[in-house]
Design a protein around this ligand. Structure first.
Ligand code: CO
Length: 188
């Protein structure tokens, strides 16, 4: 296993973050190694989701790790490896504040569906369906956006710079959203 460098906006190679990712067709050992490395990189970051474009690879692959029950303290973590994912149902709408490993120091208020059903393939190419609501639904939508070359700032109502206070907490200071790009038709 290996830690992979995370591509950040402003890096020389950040165009991959704006590139629609290609479908995965080969579910062999290369994909399994990629998934293992992405999970290790996600845990090291640490973060709750990582999409392949964020490690410089325009492939429809993402990993998500989130508590099974986010309202219960000490709830076990559940890992999702999603290949060629698609949102097949979405309903409800709620605003929430997101961050992104490719946009360190930034936060964005984004409207997302509250409930989604995701159809994807697992690492062996088998079809899986995942129902998610609330924060987990938000994470799936954020990661699947990455596979379309869409970043949280493209959908943001408000963008903030996160500043560490003297007390060691974080404060979100509103800034102008200079990173917004038009959404591709497929994602609207
Ligand atoms: Co992100």
């Amino acid at each position: 296993m290996a830690l992979l460098p995370i591509v950040k906006i402003g890096d020389a190679d950040d165009a991959v973050l704006r590139t629609p990712a290609a479908r995965v067709r080969d579910f062999g050992p290369d994909l399994h190694r990629l998934l293992d490395d992405m999970v290790e990189t996600l845990r090291d970051a640490p973060g709750v989701g990582l999409a392949a474009p964020q490690i410089g690879l325009a492939l429809r692959v993402a990993v998500i790790e989130y508590p099974e029950d986010d309202e219960e303290e000490g709830s076990p973590m559940r890992l999702y490896e999603i290949i060629n994912p698609e949102i097949i149902k979405a309903r409800g709408s709620e605003e929430g504040q997101e961050g992104c490993l490719s946009m360190p120091g930034l936060a964005a208020d984004v409207q997302r569906a509250t409930h989604v059903v995701v159809r994807a393939q697992d690492r062996h190419g088998r079809e899986v369906r995942i129902k998610a609501y609330d924060w987990l639904a938000r994470i799936f939508q954020h990661e699947i956006d990455h596979l379309l070359g869409v970043l949280m700032t493209d959908r943001a109502d408000e963008v903030y710079r996160t500043v560490r206070t003297e007390e060691g907490t974080y404060e979100a200071v509103p800034i102008e959203n200079t990173l917004r790009r038009p959404l591709p038709l497929a994602s609207t």
